[in-house]
Design a protein. Structure first.
Length: 160
């Protein structure tokens, strides 16, 4: 991840006679996608602990340090929560709260929320994020499968 961050900020491109980085021309965010989850390390074989916090596997021994590394390089940092890898199938309020608590505590700037994860209520996620006082970029990966309910992972009219 650090090598990817370094590649985004490396000034090794020439545009109109100027040496620039990918970040300089708009590619100024790095996202940690699938692979960080501690699948099976949480309650009842899930990826969430008893307080609802997502469990991070040992491949990411210092997630807060990684986010800080990206910020120190001038990038926004994103995190992929409620993903597919661990196969959680039951939405739990504590997990929504824990996801947002960790998102905020680790100082991420954005989050990708997927349609295959158990927590798909975008209205609830947005309300919990708003309650932190920080604005987050939400990447809503709902695959276009919308219904009238919040659990379709599509935003409702009042989700912000």
């Amino acid at each position: 991840m650090e090598a990817s961050i370094d590649a985004l900020v490396a000034k090794n491109w020439t545009v109109d006679g100027q040496t620039v980085s990918l970040a300089d021309v708009g590619y100024a965010a790095a996202g940690i996608d699938e692979g960080w989850e501690g699948c099976g390390k949480g309650v009842n074989g899930t990826q969430h602990d008893a307080q609802g916090n997502p469990v991070i596997n040992q491949k990411f021994p210092d997630m807060a340090g990684l986010v800080k590394y990206g910020h120190d390089k001038g990038l926004k940092m994103g995190w992929y929560e409620n993903g597919c890898a661990c196969g959680e199938r039951k939405a739990v309020l504590e997990n929504y709260e824990g996801d947002v608590r960790q998102l905020h505590a680790l100082d991420f700037d954005g989050v990708k929320l997927d349609g295959c994860g158990a927590q798909r209520n975008m209205t609830l996620y947005a309300a919990l994020m708003n309650a932190t006082g920080k604005a987050y970029l939400i990447e809503n990966c709902h695959w276009g499968k919308c219904s009238a309910g919040d659990d379709s992972s599509c935003p409702t009219a009042d989700w912000w």
